[in-house]
Design a protein around this ligand. Structure first.
Ligand SMILES: Cc1cc2nc3c(=O)[nH]c(=O)nc-3n(C[C@H](O)[C@H](O)[C@H](O)COP(=O)(O)OP(=O)(O)OC[C@H]3O[C@@H](n4cnc5c(N)ncnc54)[C@H](O)[C@@H]3O)c2cc1C
Length: 490
């Protein structure tokens, strides 16, 4: 059949695939993206509300993007190519939002600033076990198991107190997940690999092992002009993270706007994919959608959640066992500068969850935007423990969740002022949980898809990484793979 590409799912991974494909393929090859809802961008969603004549930005999903590594570079290159560079707000490395991160422990918020002085003399519970763990880590034997929980890894290599506080808080911040169940190998792969490579993280760091392969360097240069390279270099020198002045929704909206100009790209909203039929020799995939005639494509890139993909392709039924967590996102805006501390925000580790009523952390959004007149914060709650604190996500009581968030603001930060505006979103099944043994499910999928020689690929948060940047890079890599399988020279 003549070459044609279908992309399933219009989140950042799917949109990035479409954008990069459109740059790589000749204009005669059609590219069709199927998205079940009317909104493109998946979890990337922002709302600008006006209260008392003041404009307030609320983010429902991601709010800041890191700029390091290959994924950070891929994101910055895309942002620059879209002409969005001037909409990007960088958070300077010297600003409180970049320097100050806090952890809630023992009924108080503690600054995380592990200087040698603090590690030796501070009585703050957030440093408990770090010094002892750091000294002994170089002598702990390598684990021979093929995976273990994040909590186990930190307790074994460093100290159980570090696992209880730091490791647990980080799992809440990145995955809204339970450190005692999350896979170290799949969730924090570079640390896992460091132990496998050098037998110790401390020794690995001292060796300064260079992991960036020649191949990756070659891939990244293809998308980088002299201008984008200097834009990226400047940002990486001065900033720690970036955000968009009109909100994260600006990013997918700009990709959509650019794609709509291309005559060979069709972005189909309100098109839920209901079934896939894979056919061999010559390879093709028949795509069924709700209420429309099936259509055939020579290449398919799935950027769907694993639960959806397993439903469409029974051969991947194993994927239905990857759980997703639900997060209550409570956006709050206060009429003045009400926070007693400055910084990025704070995280709550597992042992404190009962005390906070299920609050996982609070992000000081206005700090990243350098907005000191209106205080904007987001309380994240629930995650892996959602049902324990809030019941069934479909019937959870929004008033009770708001009450929990305001209690956290009062008890943890001393904020008693009523918010100017608030918004509660129950983000159902929003973050995949990469549990111990996750890598086996992924390699099973990769083995099965291998048979289709690049004609069928799966990307997205559950398989190629949960950050927005991971989605951008995965889309770019998938597009290159499609082009290669069509024998298009890159
Ligand atoms: C509350 C929250 C905060 C976050 N904060 C950050 C952050 O600060 N920084 C960061 O980098 N990352 C953050 N993340 C993670 C990041 O936003 C996501 O992992 C990423 O956006 C996932 O992108 P994706 O394209 O893989 O999947 P999704 O965004 O889930 O996109 C999948 C798309 O597929 C569509 N779809 C599903 N089924 C079908 C079907 N049958 N047919 C057609 N279409 C279908 C969906 O409607 C959706 O649009 C956060 C996530 C959440 C939820």
């Amino acid at each position: 059949m003549p070459p044609s590409v279908a992309i399933l799912g219009g989140g950042i991974a799917g949109l990035s695939t479409a954008w990069h494909l459109q740059k790589l393929l000749p204009a005669k090859i059609p590219i069709t993206l199927f998205e079940q809802s009317s909104h493109f961008g998946g979890w990337m969603e922002s709302e600008l509300v006006t209260r008392d004549g003041r404009r307030v930005l609320f983010e429902g999903g991601p709010r800041t993007l890191r700029i390091v590594g290959e994924p950070g570079k891929a994101m910055l290159e895309l942002v620059h190519s879209l002409g969005l560079a001037s909409s990007l707000k960088s958070v300077p490395k010297t600003s409180p939002a970049a320097r100050n991160r806090y952890i809630y422990r023992g009924g108080q918020i503690h600054l995380l600033n592990p200087t040698p002085f603090n590690l030796l003399f501070s009585r703050s519970p957030v440093y408990a076990g770090i010094l002892r763990g750091g000294v002994r880590e170089a002598f702990v034997r390598r684990n021979s198991a093929d995976d273990e929980s994040v909590w186990n890894f930190f307790a074994r290599r460093f100290d159980p107190r570090m696992a209880d506080t730091l490791a647990s808080a980080i799992c809440h911040g990145v995955f809204a997940g339970n450190s005692k169940e999350m896979s170290m190998r799949s969730s924090f792969g570079s640390m896992w690999a460091a132990e496998q490579r050098s037998g110790s993280l401390v020794r690995d760091t001292m060796k300064g092992v260079i992991t960036r392969s020649e191949d990756q360097a070659q891939l990244s240069n293809r998308w980088s002009s002299h201008e984008t390279a200097s834009f990226q270099k400047r940002l990486q020198q001065e900033a720690s993270v970036v955000c968009f002045d009109q909100g994260m929704g600006r990013f997918p909206a700009a990709i959509v706007q650019d794609l709509r100009k291309a005559s060979n790209v069709s972005l189909l909203g309100n098109q839920e994919v209901t079934k896939l039929e894979l056919q061999e020799g010559p390879f093709s995939t028949i795509i069924h959608t709700k209420g429309n005639q099936p259509s055939s494509f020579s290449h398919v890139v799935s950027a769907l959640p694993s639960t959806q993909l397993s439903r469409l392709l029974p051969t991947l039924a194993n994927l239905s066992h990857i759980p997703y967590t639900t997060v209550a996102v409570v956006n709050l805006a206060f009429p003045s500068n009400v926070l007693p501390i400055r910084g990025f925000g704070y995280l709550v580790p597992g042992p404190e969850l009962d005390a906070t009523g299920g609050v996982l952390g609070c992000i000081f959004d206005s700090e990243s935007h350098g907005d000191l007149e209106i205080t904007r914060c987001t309380i994240m709650a629930g995650g892996w423990a959602f049902s324990k604190y809030f019941g069934d996500p479909t019937t959870a009581d929004h008033d009770a969740i708001l009450e929990t968030a305001l209690r956290a603001m009062r008890d943890q930060l001393g904020v008693t002022v009523q918010p100017l505006s608030s918004r509660i979103l129950i983000q159902r099944d929003c973050i995949p949980q990469l549990l111990v043994g996750h890598h086996k499910k992924v390699s099973d999928v990769q083995d099965k898809l291998q048979e289709f020689q690049g004609h069928v690929q799966a990307i997205g948060a559950w398989i190629t990484g949960v950050s927005v940047n991971d989605g951008v890079l995965a889309g770019r890599t998938a597009a290159e793979q499609v082009a290669r399988s069509m024998n298009i020279e890159l």
